[in-house]
Design a protein around this ligand. Structure first.
Ligand SMILES: Cc1cc2nc3c(=O)[nH]c(=O)nc-3n(C[C@H](O)[C@H](O)[C@H](O)COP(=O)(O)OP(=O)(O)OC[C@H]3O[C@@H](n4cnc5c(N)ncnc54)[C@H](O)[C@@H]3O)c2cc1C
Length: 288
């Protein structure tokens, strides 16, 4: 049985307390939220924190509210809460699409959106969703808070702009009228990580043409970026199967998958294109 290396443990009582503990215990301390990414890494000895700062009592970070055309989500909000939220289903069906295929109920009951974004795993679904929705995240330290975009948050695989003595506290999603969104994933078996996945958000103009569109892909080497050539090809167009097919072809060509146990490169490119077509179709239907 794999067990983590020994560590000390502190349970934070507030955001300020968590920040104080992180500062006191320095670089060898790590925040633990749901623990579904960090604990497996500790068991494999890929992470060896000397201190775990548990933030599970910080109910102040567990909320979903809409104000001023923005939905604000606390970093400690669980996958299961997002999946069951009427507000999220109404505003951002792409999040519900993604949550349905993230792991299983055990992981979804504990895993958090903040942990998912901070883990920055290239196969992680919510990062793509947040990129597609042009979310911003709030990062807090003892010195105050700053707001960064998703491309600024994710510096590379497993690397983020959240410094050691900082906490990601909130994710902000802009609400846009006449906008629909969708996510679709291919996995080898239920609850597995994506072989490939695609997400899209489409905003329609009054005349029904595509005013704006964002397309993100998971697990195929487009981390932290969106499929810009596909997006450019769609803007200003009337939604049609031909327009979706052209954009999908660009998405398949412009991603950069690697061959691994989940499949060869050409299969993943094919999936990226096919899933792009499907999410565009569904996002447009929802926008209407
Ligand atoms: C069997 C299994 C299958 C899974 N399948 C999928 C899948 O298909 N798709 C998918 O997207 N995910 C999947 N996951 C991952 C799951 O979604 C995790 O819940 C998520 O990646 C991490 O969330 P967490 O709250 O558990 O984070 P933790 O494991 O607690 O933390 C992850 C990292 O983020 C840091 N951190 C956490 N919260 C904060 C914060 N507020 N501020 C700063 N740093 C923070 C931690 O220090 C750590 O470095 C799977 C996990 C398991 C165990």
């Amino acid at each position: 049985m794999q067990v983590p290396a020994p560590f000390d443990y502190a349970r934070a009582e507030s955001v300020d307390d968590a920040l104080t503990l992180l500062q006191r215990h320095g670089p060898e301390s790590r925040v633990i939220a749901g623990g579904h990414s960090l604990l497996p890494m500790m068991k494999l000895r890929l992470a060896r924190p000397e201190w775990l700062i548990d933030i599970n009592d910080l109910f102040e970070l567990d909320y979903l509210v809409e104000d001023d055309n923005t939905v604000r989500v606390g970093a400690l909000t669980r996958h299961a809460t997002l999946l069951g939220s009427d507000l999220i289903a109404r505003r951002f069906p792409i999040i519900v699409d993604a949550e349905k295929v993230i792991a299983d109920p055990i992981v979804r009951n504990r895993g958090t959106i903040g942990g998912s974004l901070c883990q920055a795993d290239p196969a992680e679904d919510l990062s793509t969703v947040c990129e597609v929705l042009k979310a911003q995240v709030v990062i807090r330290s003892m010195d105050g808070e700053r707001v960064v975009s998703m491309p600024e948050l994710h510096r590379g695989p497993y690397e983020t702009a959240v410094e050691q003595a900082e906490l990601l506290t909130e994710i902000r999603f802009p609400v846009r009228p006449r906008t629909g969104s969708a996510y679709e994933k291919v996995e080898r078996r239920v609850g597995d990580w994506a072989v490939a996945a695609a997400g899209a958000s489409v905003t329609l103009a009054d005349d029904g043409t595509i005013a704006d569109v964002t397309i993100g892909l998971t697990s195929v080497g487009l981390d932290g970026r969106t499929a810009t050539r596909a997006e450019d090809a769609l803007r200003g167009q009337a939604p049609s199967e031909d327009a979706f097919a052209e954009a999908a072809r660009y998405a398949g060509e412009d991603c950069d998958p690697v061959s691994d146990q989940r499949g060869p490169v050409d299969y993943k490119r094919h999936l990226a294109a096919e899933l792009t077509t499907r999410v565009l179709r569904r996002a447009v239907e929802r926008a209407r």
